[in-house]
Design a protein around this ligand. Structure first.
Ligand SMILES: Cc1cc2nc3c(=O)[nH]c(=O)nc-3n(C[C@H](O)[C@H](O)[C@H](O)COP(=O)(O)OP(=O)(O)OC[C@H]3O[C@@H](n4cnc5c(N)ncnc54)[C@H](O)[C@@H]3O)c2cc1C
Length: 432
């Protein structure tokens, strides 16, 4: 697999990632050549696109999926692998924005993502190092602990959800060997090998009849007289299109483009730590910083640590050197340990940190999970397939989350937003 490292979505050293080094064998899919017809054409071979394709094919549609590079080499195959139920915004924010009834409906729908992913993994026998060991959020200040308590109260009262536990500093330390002020432990979280999950999803889609073309960048979308998606070597004419290119989609559909912004985010995998394991609970862990640190142990005992974002277009020249200080600040006991893999990816964020999901006529889209898309993307794909095959009720509910566009449109969203983000990043440094 590592030899296939050139192409559309191979930037930020994905070819050197821990995931590519430990990927399950997967077939290559030929590029599109010539003009073909289908019921549905999907642009993007990450979890959103593959799930939409799988669920549409299971409902009897003829589906062609175009992937510009390799399947899974977008965010889906290079992320932290943290399976965190729910949305990036908490229960109180949802209640404030939508009122208790709609907030609960949205919460319940988003929560389905977890069961759906577990079911797909089981049904299709996907080997992806699944660990249902929970997700812990460590508080970097005592005000965060009060915040956790209020959130837990709202979860219980409005969402009827009690699968969270507030931990003292000492209890948190038993689970992860770094001094947090306290923590919230979400029992239903966990982690997995995201590239192997995505490759498994692709295998399931193909078994359901989906035709996948890799190295097939969609360069133009024609809407009239009917949907037609062009690559440089062919086209797919179809009744519907799903745009699932997330941070890499760029200008294919201007109406969706201005609502997401790509932000570079970086991860390292240490050498296997053996007895120096820093997460005895094996939970997935993140903290309360604005530029969040997130980490977990891999199946072979490495610490996979994500930390540090960069708002300028160019990636750091030395990704390992960029992430290491964040890791060593959290775990001084790992100072100097070997880093075997370092890579990055683009997180697509929205102004509200809630996903942008919906459709314009027969042009369907879902993206902008804002760093919480490992399981949500599979659900979004299913909702798109449901809508395309006649039941839009759940997609319509999800599309009420639609975030505001970035101020200044695509041209200015970068500079204006960067200023805001840098301010928050600076505030992190004062808190931690
Ligand atoms: C470094 C990093 C860490 C993360 N960690 C976590 C985490 O721990 N937990 C969590 O919940 N979320 C995490 N996320 C977010 C999560 O990975 C994403 O939200 C999710 O994978 C998005 O899936 P997707 O299918 O929508 O997009 P992607 O997986 O990016 O797939 C989009 C695909 O579309 C293709 N494409 C784009 N444009 C075109 C085109 N014109 N023609 C053809 N193909 C095209 C791309 O090549 C790509 O393969 C992280 C993201 C990153 C980058």
């Amino acid at each position: 697999m590592a030899s296939r490292s050139t192409g559309f979505n191979s930037g930020l050293d994905i070819g050197k990632s821990y995931y590519v080094a430990t990927a399950n064998p997967a077939p290559d899919h030929p590029a599109l050549a010539g003009d073909v017809e289908a019921d549905l054409v999907v642009v993007g071979g990450g979890c959103t696109g593959l799930s939409a394709a799988l669920h549409a094919a299971e409902r009897g549609l003829k589906v062609v999926l175009l992937e510009g590079g390799k399947i899974g080499w977008g965010a889906s195959g290079r992320n932290g692998g943290q399976m965190i139920p729910g949305l990036r915004k908490g229960a109180r924010s949802l209640v404030k924005a939508f009122g208790p009834e709609r907030a609960k409906a949205l919460f319940d729908l988003a929560f389905e993502a977890r069961g759906l992913v577990l079911d797909i993994i089981e049904r299709h026998g996907i080997e992806c190092d699944l660990r249902q060991t929970g997700h812990l959020v460590g508080a970097v200040s005592s005000s965060d602990v009060r915040d956790f308590e209020e959130e837990a109260e709202c979860l219980a009262k409005v969402m009827n959800f009690t699968d969270v536990e507030i931990l003292s500093a000492a209890e948190a330390r038993q689970m992860v060997d770094t001094p947090y002020q306290g923590a919230v432990f979400e029992r239903l979280g966990g982690h997995m090998h995201p590239l192997n999950y995505t490759l498994g999803l692709a295998r399931a889609a193909v078994a359901a009849g989906v035709v996948i073309h890799e190295n097939s960048v969609a360069v133009r979308l024609e809407r009239e007289p009917s949907i037609r998606v062009f690559t440089d070597k062919g086209s797919v004419r179809a009744r519907h299109v799903v745009l699932a290119g997330d941070a890499l989609l760029k200008g294919l559909e201007p109406r969706v483009n201005g609502r997401i912004m790509p932000v570079g985010n970086y991860i390292v995998a240490t050498e296997p730590l053996g007895a120096r394991n820093v997460i005895p609970s094996n939970a997935a862990v993140s903290d309360t910083l604005f530029v969040v640190n997130y980490y977990r142990m891999s199946a072979d005992g490495r610490l996979l640590f994500g930390g540090g974002e960069r708002y300028t277009p160019s990636p750091p020249a030395d990704i390992a050197g960029f992430v290491r200080p964040h890791m060593e600040k959290t775990f001084p006991q790992l100072k100097g340990c070997r880093i075997d893999h370092a890579w990055g990816g683009l997180v697509s964020i929205t102004t509200s940190r809630l996903p942008h999901v919906g459709h314009y006529g027969e042009v369907y889209f879902a993206h902008g999970y804002s760093g919480k898309g490992v399981i949500l993307s599979t659900l979004s794909g299913k909702l798109l397939a449901e809508a395309i095959t006649g039941d839009a009720s759940r997609l319509d509910l999800f599309s009420t989350l639609t975030p505001l566009p970035f101020p200044g449109g695509t041209a200015l969203r970068g500079p204006l937003y960067v200023l805001g983000m840098l301010w928050y990043a600076m505030r992190d440094r004062l808190r931690h």
